[in-house]
Design a binder for this molecule. Sequence first.
Ligand SMILES: Cc1cc2nc3c(=O)[nH]c(=O)nc-3n(C[C@H](O)[C@H](O)[C@H](O)COP(=O)(O)OP(=O)(O)OC[C@H]3O[C@@H](n4cnc5c(N)ncnc54)[C@H](O)[C@@H]3O)c2cc1C
Length: 520
Amino acid sequence: MRHAPSLRLETDVLIIGGGLAGCWAAITAAQAGAKVVIAEKGYCGTSGVAASAGPGHWFIPPEGTLRRDAIARRLEMAEGLGDADWMETIIDRTFRTLPTIASHYRYTQDDNGKIRYHALRGPEYLRALRQKALDSGVIILDHSPALKLLRHDDGSVAGATGVSLKSELDRWSIRAGATILATGGCAFRSHLLGSSNNTGDGLLMAAEAGACFSGMEFSAFFTIVPATTTMARTMIYSFARYYDGAGHELERPASPHNNHFLAEMLRTGPVFCDLSRVPDDIRSQLPQISPNVPLTFQRLGIDPFTQRFPISLVGEGTIRGVGGIWVTNRHAGCDVPGLYVAGDVASREPVTGAISGGGAVNAAWALSSGCIAAESAVVYTRKQRRSLKEPIIPSPEYETVTRDHKAVERAVQDEMLSPHKQYFRTAFSLEKSSQALEAAWQQLSGDTVQNTNARAQLRQHELKALAAASRWCTVSALARKESRGIHYRTDSETVETPTHILSGGIANPWARSVPVKAFS
Ligand SMILES: Cc1cc2nc3c(=O)[nH]c(=O)nc-3n(C[C@H](O)[C@H](O)[C@H](O)COP(=O)(O)OP(=O)(O)OC[C@H]3O[C@@H](n4cnc5c(N)ncnc54)[C@H](O)[C@@H]3O)c2cc1C
């Protein structure tokens, strides 16, 4: 049975996803005088991965050679995939913009009385962004996930449709002059804190509209958590020592993000962590920066600074991985007219390179790309001035659900959330993953039953997105035959010239390498 959309709106700029990137985009577009709507799957102000974190930003003053030095360091780590000009843009934008929420956010000072602009308390930060967006005139639709982009006859994006989870069966349809995707990365439902909505929906919508991806192979990112929890914070683990079940200390690599050795050890037995080397100032700041970290240990009855505790690894996929929608120009566009991208849904290769941007760069990217996408969207919509009466391609209905959801999700997770499969990739293991994921994909288009329930439609869309994202990650990992950054092949070939791996396709996922070139 087909239901007419129950809510119809028209706006200049539609933003899909109200996390860090979406909120900054909304504030920027509204302050430029545009009519703005955010459609958010959860509750804007508490959803998205930054809301439960303590996001640090790449926040570098223009003095002396500070920026030049920071960019040089990042370019070295980027392993040939970074873009110095783009990095400069992101740093400058973040530095100028972050302090503008002082009206809504209480910054703290460091020991020298300097305002700590770069490190924010996630819950208060996101609440402040929501309030600032509302004060700027933004309309926020909470619990309103988007499922499909609307398109004009010429293929340009004309808004989106979705469902409202507050009232079953309710659908919404928003015609927009320009649309920004800010739906975050995809953690394959690993239970990473704050990521339950990060199911790759925006990636699927973008692919359906004709966009492609880059860097999806850089999705092998796993974070240490106290065993049986999802408390994924990386900072304190820079000081960690690790022990096997017999109490022997494990040799750890220099890079704090390289957890391959833990994946290897966890295959054969428990691994214990010792945080006794965490400096006193960090211990004392922890309750302010990340109050939920000490709380987790309290609940476990563990003093992490004096007692060893068992750990495990939680998958982050493309969240603190790198890949996403290929950003094709300096306007945060993706070669689909009317569609702009911001934050983790977009590929961060030019700013983070082949390694994770977690810790500072990602948050700066989310903020800056949000602002840039918003400005571009406003210019686009003012230039186009398309009639709202123009026909749009009707969006296909999601009226079917497969009989066995869990099997598809499990199949995706078996491949994408196995630290061993992701950390130690070979052509053989990746081919096997591809086959398993293809079988899961086939289940989605197989046996179906009728269902018009809003949650079931969302669930169907999420499953499709999870399966599609896992296939793009896998074909990309197969196409990058070398080891580079967080993509590690045990059967690595030597490739002299760095390339990007682009990917796309829905029924038949593809991947190919292209030369690295500066943005136009
Ligand atoms: C534990 C943790 C700590 C981190 N700490 C740092 C740090 O210190 N420094 C740093 O640089 N980076 C850090 N990061 C990364 C940083 O938080 C992210 O890069 C940033 O939050 C990305 O913002 P985003 O808006 O793109 O995505 P998100 O914050 O994930 O927001 C995406 C939003 O889209 C919504 N959404 C999803 N699908 C739909 C749909 N179909 N329709 C509508 N809405 C939808 C979601 O509900 C969510 O609100 C951390 C990440 C984690 C997981």
